[in-house]
Ligand binder design. Sequence first.
Ligand SMILES: Cc1cc2nc3c(=O)[nH]c(=O)nc-3n(C[C@H](O)[C@H](O)[C@H](O)COP(=O)(O)OP(=O)(O)OC[C@H]3O[C@@H](n4cnc5c(N)ncnc54)[C@H](O)[C@@H]3O)c2cc1C
Length: 362
Amino acid sequence: MKYDFAVVGGGPAGCIAAGRALEKGDVILFEEHKKQPVHCAGLISVSGFERLEIKKKHFVLNEVKGAKLFSPLGTIVEIRAKEAKAYVVDRSLFDGFLLNSAVSKGVSCESMRVLGIENSVLHTQGGEFKAEKTILATGTDYNLQKACKLDCPDEFLLGAQYEMDVECDRDLVELHFVVPDFFAWIVPLEDKARVGLCTKSNPKPFLDSFVSRLAKQNRVKGSRVQNESYGIIPLYNPKLRTQYGKINLVGDAAGHVKATTGGGVVMGGVAAEYACMEDYERLWRRNIGADLRLHLWIHRFVNRLSPQNLDRLFKITSESRNSLESGGDMDYAQKTVKALFKNPKFTLKFLLNTPSFLLDLL
Ligand SMILES: Cc1cc2nc3c(=O)[nH]c(=O)nc-3n(C[C@H](O)[C@H](O)[C@H](O)COP(=O)(O)OP(=O)(O)OC[C@H]3O[C@@H](n4cnc5c(N)ncnc54)[C@H](O)[C@@H]3O)c2cc1C
């Protein structure tokens, strides 16, 4: 049988892409694992849920109202909205729910690995399948992409995360800018927390040292790490081509990830809505391209600031945190930056510090 669409990968991007493709024809989805592998802090914005038309269900473990950001020199910026801004999900249940939803709408699902694609034929361990168009949503496993000689992301962050009992505010995520290249996070669950970080080198020694620091502050209750996970996060590359005749790339496969937070579920999900369309590349770029670029720019800017200048930026931001509480958005960087620069106090202080910031960029 020849399908109109084949989707490779049953993560969020693949499931959302498959659901949308059903509106245009029949769809087969390949997922090599019975239970999709998970390496994720599970933080997904409430607005992202709305945007992707996903209802809050059993997979939501906690709701957070904002974040507490710690500069390298100890300045704290607390952004706390009145209402929930993000859900903390069990990614395994969340991904399972998205896959079941796609199947219940009519997507055929095969539990096997796709090994290669040639002239609309997908080669798998279980035989050959034909599809008019293929959507590659294979996450950070770039083997199939490389086998098909397609572009892959070329810059990565390496993540490590433990689940453990840590004293924290259940309403706020903590971000500690104390590691090179990125930050360490504490994402509260109901009775424990996800403690993790990313760097460009082996993240485990950094995570162990961060956990020791928390222990010295008497914040670690019990010493048992309940879950250890490791994963990679691709950095968005605006030049990466995602449409190749009959094959489209989406999600982590295409680097649809916010470089500021490493979050890829919402951006990959939004791009996935267009993955079955003729002018896919133009459509996703028009919707999220500028935001992904701005996230990348902010990531690079923050990484190049000295600890002193980063601390200054935290202090300026702290004074204008009301603007972030009312107008900030975890996913849409343009909205957040506009909210900050609409505040004359922030703009003035930022401009006054610009010469010093620029020296760090040189
Ligand atoms: C430490 C860490 C923390 C993170 N925290 C967050 C967070 O808090 N919020 C957030 O939004 N994002 C977070 N992310 C990023 C997020 O996990 C990814 O952006 C997201 O999972 C990408 O979805 P996807 O569908 O593109 O790929 P995936 O979820 O990786 O799914 C790809 C699927 O394809 C399957 N597959 C691969 N190759 C084949 C093949 N050849 N044949 C068949 N099946 C195949 C795999 O088994 C997998 O199930 C985090 C990532 C890491 C590493």
